[in-house]
Design a binder for this molecule. Sequence first.
Ligand SMILES: Cc1cc2nc3c(=O)[nH]c(=O)nc-3n(C[C@H](O)[C@H](O)[C@H](O)COP(=O)(O)OP(=O)(O)OC[C@H]3O[C@@H](n4cnc5c(N)ncnc54)[C@H](O)[C@@H]3O)c2cc1C
Length: 317
Amino acid sequence: MKRVDLLIVGAGPAGLTAAQYGARAGLNVLVLEQESVGGQALLIDNLENYPGNMAGVSGREITVSMHKQAMDFGAQFDSAEALAISAHGTIPPSFNVVLSDKEPVNAKSIILAMGAKHKTLGVPGENEFIGRGVSYCAACDGPFFRGKKIFIVGGGDAACDEARFLGRLSSNINLIHRRGVLKAQKALAKRVLEDPAVTVRFNTSVTAIEGTSNVEAVELENTKTGEKSREAADAVFIFTGIDPQNHLALSESLPQKPKLDKSGFIITDQNMATAVPGIFAAGDVRSSPFRQVIVAAGEGAVAAHSAAEYIEMLRGK
Ligand SMILES: Cc1cc2nc3c(=O)[nH]c(=O)nc-3n(C[C@H](O)[C@H](O)[C@H](O)COP(=O)(O)OP(=O)(O)OC[C@H]3O[C@@H](n4cnc5c(N)ncnc54)[C@H](O)[C@@H]3O)c2cc1C
């Protein structure tokens, strides 16, 4: 069985930063990534809100640099999905992690940096038109639809925040919400309802997204009567929530598990420590009010620092 000091699960901005800090602190670090190094940041064309990135370098370019930097400091990377964690030995235990198609890894400490995934509507046309009118990020794609007819799906804080943002780019924003009341905080919902650029359509859902090369129309359904209609559209922004990639934290073989908030995000203290000594969490998978690259990177650095202190404590230093 391969043995490391620190195992990091996920190579998005949180995992990549943790890898750099962990390796630089002299730990033997292994990072596992099930898909592509870079995580969600690979979807960001212009990461213009990352401090210092005034040239608007893409998320892909930034994470390629992060990856190289972590490897230069000695972090190792492997392409595999972490399937389950079990505690091994006496107190404090080390952890065995079962991988897809590879031998298990034993680690003194683990950083969970598995990120999150945006919820999809699952309607016809949604997948087909991602990047061609369908978007999950107003800051990234809103400027492409300046002055255009934009539909927003959702009724929570994210949908309302983004409606306000997009309302500065176009006066033709249509917020589609399947219920009769917005779920967002009252003050925010009030601002959206009073925004002249935004028309809120209650009891309505988007049932299909249509077009040829780009989005051209949406099919709407009245959720009370079932009546359907079709309207021209240039873009559909979907903000119906995000799912934490928390499966590993729920491993049955782990007797004591990290605590989760009511939406399934991992709860930590300010050191990024979960309820399980030796297991830390960082980035979008963590219970947090703001999910961004800079936040994930910062939390990754704190988690690696805390893991290094934990390992030193195990070594009796
Ligand atoms: C379309 C879009 C646009 C965005 N635009 C911006 C922006 O402009 N500015 C900004 O700051 N932020 C933006 N964000 C948010 C930003 O991308 C995220 O906050 C950030 O990537 C979170 O980093 P992370 O490392 O926590 O998670 P992620 O980036 O989600 O990375 C987690 C990684 O873990 C891997 N993983 C999960 N489970 C396992 C497992 N069991 N085994 C192995 N690997 C696993 C995943 O494959 C993934 O690669 C955007 C997000 C999206 C989706």
